[in-house]
Design a protein around this ligand. Structure first.
Ligand SMILES: Cc1ncc(COP(=O)(O)O)c(C=O)c1O
Length: 374
C-alpha cells in the first residue's frame, strides 16, 4: 500500500474554478476572496476574516496589529512549528518558551502564568493536532495581566471549545491552508478576529500599508501609505479553490475525520500497553491522529511504517527552543522543556486525510502492531 500523510482532497470542481479565475484575468482580491472570507466567517462564527498568503503571514500581521516592539516578551509554547516563534523574532521581540501538557501537547495557563514578567505583552497559543487549549483558564490569566492572546489555529479548523470555534478567544486566530492541513489552497491562510481595529490593521498591512484598495480609489493609482506593511495577499484563484475545500469540509470531511479517529481508537484499544493516545473528543478537528510509543524505539517504528508505505510524521521532532537558532541565541538546553521533549521523542502522527478508507486504517494499525509486537 501507499498511504501518503494527509494527502489533499482535490476534485474537479476546484480545478474548474481555478481555470475560470485564470480565464477571467482578475487574479487578486476578487469576488472569490470576498466570498471565501464571508463563508469562513459564517463557519467560524467570527466577525471578520482576512485571507492571507500563509498562516505565518497572519500571525505576523496579528503581532504588527498589536504594535509589538523590540524588548517585548511574547510567550510561545515549546512544542509548535518554528513559525509561531519566528514571527515574534521578526518583530524584534523575544519569544519566551513554555512547556506543554504531555497528553495534548498544548500549553497551559499555569505554565503561561509562571513565565510572565514585566516585559510580557502577549501569548501565542497553539491548538495542537486540533485539540483546543483550555481557553477559559488561559484567557483569565491573560486578562488579569492585560496580555493579548493570539491563537495559532494552523491545526484547528473545525476545532471548538465550549461551543465556540477556535480563533475567537484571542485578538486573532490564524489558520493555515498548507497542503497537509484540513483544507488547502496550496499555500494560504486566514486571520480571523472579532476586533474592528485589529481587522482594519491586518487588512491594511497585508497589502503594503496602502490606505485605499484599487476598487475604492477616487483617482486610479493614487493612494497613501500610513503604516509599514508587507505583501501577504492570496490570489483569487486560490480563494476559488479554497471555497470548495471549505464547503466540502463542512458537509463531509470534518465528520469523516472524526470517523477515522474513532476507527483508530477502536483498533488501537488492544495496544494500550505499548501505545498511548487520547480518547475520542467531539470538539477536536483531528488534523492528524497523535499516538505516543511508550516503551519501544519510536524512530524504528516510524521507519518501519515508512518502509511499508505508510506516510507518518512527528509534530514536532525537535521542540522549537532546542532548534539551533533559538538554542544558541537564548542559551536553551535539553531538560528545560521535559514534556515537549517527551512529545518530540515519543509521538507519531498518523494520517487523517478525508480520502482515507477503512482498509487503509486497518493496514496502518496492523503494520504498527507488527513492528511493536512482531
Ligand atoms: C502550528 C503551526 N503554526 C504555523 C504554521 C505555519 O503555517 P503556514 O505554512 O501556513 O505559514 C504551521 C505549519 O505547518 C503550523 O503547524
Amino acid at each position: 500500500m501507499n498511504i501518503p500523510f494527509n494527502k489533499p482532497d482535490i476534485r474537479q470542481e476546484e480545478i474548474e474554478s481555478v481555470v475560470e479565475v485564470l480565464k477571467s484575468g482578475w487574479l487578486i482580491q476578487g469576488k472569490y476572496s470576498a466570498q471565501f472570507e464571508e463563508e469562513f466567517c459564517k463557519f467560524a462564527a467570527c466577525r471578520h476574516a482576512a485571507l492571507v498568503s500563509t498562516c505565518t503571514a497572519g500571525l505576523h500581521l496579528s503581532l504588527m496589529a498589536m504594535d509589538v516592539r523590540a524588548g517585548d516578551e511574547i510567550i510561545v509554547p515549546a512544542q509548535t512549528h518554528a513559525a509561531t516563534a519566528h514571527v515574534v523574532e521578526l518583530m524584534g521581540a523575544t519569544p519566551v518558551f513554555v512547556d506543554v501538557d504531555k497528553h495534548t501537547a498544548n500549553t497551559t495557563a499555569d505554565r503561561i502564568s509562571a513565565a510572565i514578567t514585566k516585559k510580557t505583552r502577549g501569548v501565542m497559543v497553539v491548538h495542537m493536532s486540533g485539540i483546543a487549549c483550555e481557553m477559559d483558564d488561559i484567557m483569565s490569566v491573560a486578562e488579569s495581566k492585560r496580555l493579548f492572546v493570539i491563537e495559532d489555529c494552523a491545526h484547528a479548523l473545525g476545532t471548538f471549545y465550549k461551543g465556540k470555534h477556535a480563533g475567537n478567544f484571542g485578538v486573532s486566530g490564524c489558520f493555515s491552508f498548507y497542503p497537509t492541513k484540513h483544507i488547502t489552497t496550496g499555500e494560504g491562510g486566514m486571520a480571523i478576529t472579532n476586533d474592528e481595529k485589529v481587522f482594519s490593521a491586518i487588512k491594511i498591512t497585508r497589502a503594503f500599508g496602502i490606505d485605499t484598495p484599487p476598487e475604492l480609489r477616487a483617482k486610479p493609482g493614487v493612494y497613501d501609505v500610513r503604516k509599514l506593511g508587507n505583501n501577504y495577499r492570496l490570489t483569487d484563484f486560490q480563494a476559488a479553490f479554497g471555497l470548495h475545500q471549505l464547503r466540502r469540509f463542512q458537509t463531509g470531511n470534518l465528520a469523516h475525520r472524526k470517523r477515522i479517529a474513532r476507527k483508530y481508537i477502536g483498533l488501537l484499544d488492544a495496544c494500550r500497553d505499548e501505545v498511548a493516545f487520547n480518547e475520542f473528543m467531539e470538539d477536536c478537528s483531528y488534523f492528524f491522529f497523535p499516538i505516543y510509543i511508550k516503551n519501544k524505539d519510536r524512530d524504528q517504528i516510524m521507519l518501519f511504517l515508512k518502509e511499508k508505505g505508510v506516510g507518518v510524521t512527528v509534530h514536532y521532532a525537535t521542540p522549537v527552543p532546542l532548534m539551533s537558532y533559538y538554542r544558541n541565541k537564548y542559551n536553551l538546553k535539553e531538560g528545560m522543556f521535559p514534556n515537549a521533549e517527551y512529545v518530540a521523542r515519543k509521538q507519531i502522527s498518523l494520517p487523517m486525510q478525508p480520502t482515507l478508507q477503512d482498509n487503509e486504517i486497518e493496514y496502518i494499525v496492523a503494520m504498527l502492531k507488527e513492528k511493536i509486537y512482531g
